[in-house]
Design a protein around this ligand. Structure first.
Ligand code: FES
Length: 105
């Protein structure tokens, strides 16, 4: 099931921004500038954002307000970015995070 977050409890965002392209794990994804990255991913049916350090278990949306870090991904090369509270910008490069998001982690 795909869904789009239209009213976010933290960000003043709505899917009314300019339609832009971001790259998610090497694939182009259309998103609305200013909406939370996680909202754009959910709209495309992408529900796994990271894998845990010890057991490599998948994690995704949990709190949706920037408190739990389950939505952490690598954004423009920076690991541990909470995608539920980070707004989309044109050209962002987003990667699923394994462990701590560093080589060998
Ligand atoms: S879902 Fe909890 S910090 Fe993003």
């Amino acid at each position: 099931m795909c869904m789009r977050v239209e009213n976010h409890v933290v960000l003043d965002t709505a899917p009314s921004g300019r339609l832009v392209t971001i790259t998610v794990d090497g694939q182009p994804v259309e998103a609305f500038e200013g909406e939370a990255i996680l909202a754009a991913l959910l709209a495309k049916g992408i529900i796994i954002n990271r894998y845990t350090v010890k057991k490599q278990e998948p994690r995704g949306l949990f709190c949706g307000i920037g408190q739990c870090t389950d939505c952490a991904m690598i954004v423009d090369g920076k690991p541990n970015v909470r995608t539920c509270i980070t707004p989309v910008r044109a050209g962002m490069v987003i990667e699923t995070q394994n462990g701590l998001g560093k080589a060998g982690a």
